[in-house]
Design a protein around this ligand. Structure first.
Ligand code: IVH
Length: 695
């Protein structure tokens, strides 16, 4: 057999898969994308099913993962933690549904005689003869088993190879989403809860940004970051990472009973204090599954965590028991995969883009590749440090990742090109050729030319016209590029000097569009002081800061006259923001630009005299979740009463309103002994102000 060509391929595949498994499971390192790994595994499974005589106990298909590494105590799972079969298309899913139905049909006479399942037949199957499945997102993290004895968490373990895992109890205890003791009552004496530990995308991005700031390598994906965090030897390090646990099944259960449907079990676990996935639904038959899969696929990019597919489970536990298991997976469940979020492709070239504030960003041009549901041909490389950390060169095969709505990233070199072709960072601005500066303490390199640089002018104008700034309709990015390239617009004020003839002379701009644009330009001239400040694009001055500055100073003259110290008294303004604001306002060409805008008719109404309002001079912070109104609505009402609303708690804060889920801001308020009220208190307080005013 060893001279059989398929056998050679089989040996090579096993060696490859073993190498990737070792790197991934033992060393926490990704050496291949999920999609490529799946393809190797499928090819091996295929050869083995053609040649069952070649299947050996040490084949990667015969175990799920590699042995756990040293450091944690190895524990065995009371019931093996199985894997799931995969479906890659709606057809695969139909096959699965057919297999389930056919197998159950064989058992039908039995089932009808059993009182519990008789219910099921009348509830679910008899109407349209289709199976009810519980459909759940397939979270992309690590499977964890939690054991509760008499309602107390006594052990947490990783899945490991399915039979044995690592005891991670101390680390698991640090996750707020893992109850230390169960809520409610009625739990079995021994209860094993299973679910996924994962890192939400926001926490992952924040972690990677801080890794990059510290000059350390970014994590390839949230799953690797979660795995690394959960297997820290020091639980304090785990605690510092934004991990979550979401339950999806039970393992061993003794000394009590659970509902007879999977849905019912999840519901019960929810009441005992576990997080369950809010996207979970009951669906009927393969058509119901296909519809759910399509709908969740649409929603995938907006979810705050990574999912790599959907898991469909026969909902009735009695039917699950009848269907049973084959080798490593249950017959009653299947995972249908979404397009991979990581792919390998070639780095063709690197361009350098100049942003609004002059920051030079290297942009990777890639051989187009389908990833995360779209074709990607560009990815960000962040900055020079990142290029060095990745050690990436032109022509390398790289792993790229696109998850959610975030810009695609290069996360790793898969295969370097030989010889290595280094990426040359430009020595001067690629647009205006002015010199570049590297700001001390920042990874960024900036063009020093400010608004003399066409790229910065264009980006500045795009910001100026954007919705939250001057909100000028009909001025898209392309038109701005053209206006700057043709020399018609240099500064913001030039926009208001455009004539209809100027616009009509532009290619592809018709009479109607020109009229609309001129009207929009006229219309936007009436704005607010806050929006005007925001639209100037001062570094670090976002919508909220601009609003606070506008509210604090009331008019431009007072702002021009402000010292750094006065700027520092504005809520949320710290030394860096104050420095940028002060510097911007001192700059002569900025003053000229502002004067030109005002002389061309940009104006705003003086703010309603806030002096009579009861909360003038106070700074409020609203944090956590509110139930009867949105946080924005609460903040707007406070502002109406004359308060400044800040995003962070400091000594300047007068009052904090904290809803459920409030975290560090509430802690800080307590530490600084700042008064804290909840939503009910706020409502009563606002009502008392209204009553007082009415009297
Ligand atoms: S059920 C016997 N449900 O997928 C079935 N698994 O390929 C046990 N996973 O190791 C798994 N989300 O880490 C199940 N809603 C979900 C899941 C889920 C993610 C993971 C889990 C498991 C792997 C199986």
């Amino acid at each position: 057999m060893s001279d059989h060509p398929d056998y050679d391929r089989l040996s090579a595949l096993r060696a490859d898969i073993n190498r990737h498994n070792y790197a991934y499971y033992v060393n926490n390192e990704s050496t291949i994308t999920d999609a490529d790994y799946d393809a190797l595994m499928r090819e091996l499974q295929h050869i083995e099913s053609d040649h069952p005589e070649w299947v050996s106990a040490d084949s990667p298909t015969q175990r799920v993962g590699a042995k756990p590494d040293k450091g944690f105590v190895t524990v065995s799972h009371p019931v093996p933690m199985l894997s799931l079969d995969n479906a890659f298309s709606d057809d695969d899913l139909q096959d699965f549904d057919r297999r389930v139905s056919e197998r159950l049909a064989t058992f039908a006479p039995d089932i009808v005689e059993t009182p519990n399942t008789q219910d099921l037949f009348s509830d679910h199957a008899s109407v349209d003869n289709s199976i009810t499945y519980c459909a759940e997102p397939k979270l992309d993290g690590l499977a964890v088993s939690l054991i509760y004895e008499n309602g107390q968490l006594v052990r947490a373990a990783t899945r490991g190879d399915g039979a044995t895992g690592e005891d991670i109890t101390l680390n698991a205890r640090t996750l707020n989403t893992i109850p230390l003791s169960l809520m409610g009552s009625g739990w079995p004496a021994f209860l094993e809860v299973r679910g996924e530990v994962y890192m939400p995308l926001a926490g992952f991005d924040a972690l990677n940004n801080s890794q990059r700031e510290k000059g350390e390598k970014a994590y390839i994906n949230p799953r690797n970051a979660a795995s690394g965090a959960l297997r820290q030897l020091d639980p304090a390090l785990t605690r510092a990472r934004p991990l979550e646990f979401c339950c999806y099944a039970v393992g061993q259960v003794t000394g009590g009973t659970l509902p007879k449907s999977h849905w019912g079990i999840l519901d019960t676990l929810g009441r005992w204090g576990f997080k369950t996935n809010p996207e979970t639904r009951l669906v009927k038959g393969s058509a119901g599954c296909a519809q759910y899969f399509a709908q969740l696929g649409e929603k995938r990019a907006q979810l705050p965590y990574d999912i790599d597919g959907v898991v469909f489970k026969v909902d009735d536990m009695g039917l699950q028991a009848r269907l049973g298991f084959v080798s490593r997976a249950p017959r009653w469940a299947i995972a249908q995969k979404f397009p991979a979020q990581e792919q390998t492709t070639q780095l063709l070239a690197v361009d350098f883009q100049v942003g609004r504030t002059g920051a030079i960003t290297p942009v990777a041009r890639l051989a187009p590749v389908f990833v995360g549901g779209v074709t990607v041909s560009n990815a960000t490389l962040h900055n020079q440090d990142e290029i060095e950390r990745l050690g990436v060169g032109i022509g390398d095969q790289v792993i790229i990742r696109r998850a959610g709505d975030v810009i695609p990233q290069i996360v790793k070199v898969a295969t370097p090109a030989t010889p290595h072709v280094p990426i040359e960072f430009p020595l001067d601005c690629p647009i205006c050729h002015s010199s570049l500066e590297r700001v001390v303490g920042e990874a960024l390199v900036r063009c020093t030319a400010g608004l003399y640089c066409a790229a910065q002018r264009k980006e500045g104008l795009k910001h100026f016209v954007s919705r939250k700034a001057m909100n000028i309709d009909g001025l898209g990015d392309k038109l701005i590029d053209t206006l700057v390239d043709q020399g018609l617009v240099n500064g913001f004020s030039d926009l208001f000097r455009l004539s209809k003839d100027d616009l009509l002379a532009l290619e592809r701009l018709g009479e109607k569009s020109a009229d609309n644009l001129l009207q929009a330009l006229e219309h936007c001239k009436e704005t607010t002081f806050a929006k005007f400040l925001y639209s100037l694009g001062i570094r670090e001055v976002g919508v909220a800061t601009a609003r606070n500055v506008a509210q604090y100073f009331g008019d431009l003259e007072s702002l021009y006259a402000a010292s750094i110290d006065q700027l520092l008294s504005v809520p949320d303004v710290g030394p860096i923001v104050a420095e940028h604001l002060f510097g911007f306002l001192q700059e002569q060409h900025n003053q000229e630009q502002i004067a030109a805008l005002l002389s061309l008719g940009v104006h705003w109404l003086a703010p309603v005299a806030a002096t009579g309002q009861p909360l003038v001079g106070q700074t409020w912070v609203v944090t956590g979740k509110l139930e009867t109104m949105t946080r924005e609505a609460a903040e707007a009402r406070l502002r109406d009463k004359g308060a400044q609303v800040a995003g962070s708690v400091s000594k300047k804060t007068t009052q904090v309103v904290a809803g459920p889920g409030a975290g560090s801001k509430l802690k800080k308020a307590t530490a600084l002994e700042i008064p804290v009220g909840d939503e009910a208190w706020l409502i009563a307080f606002l009502a008392s102000l209204d009553t007082d005013a009415g009297i």
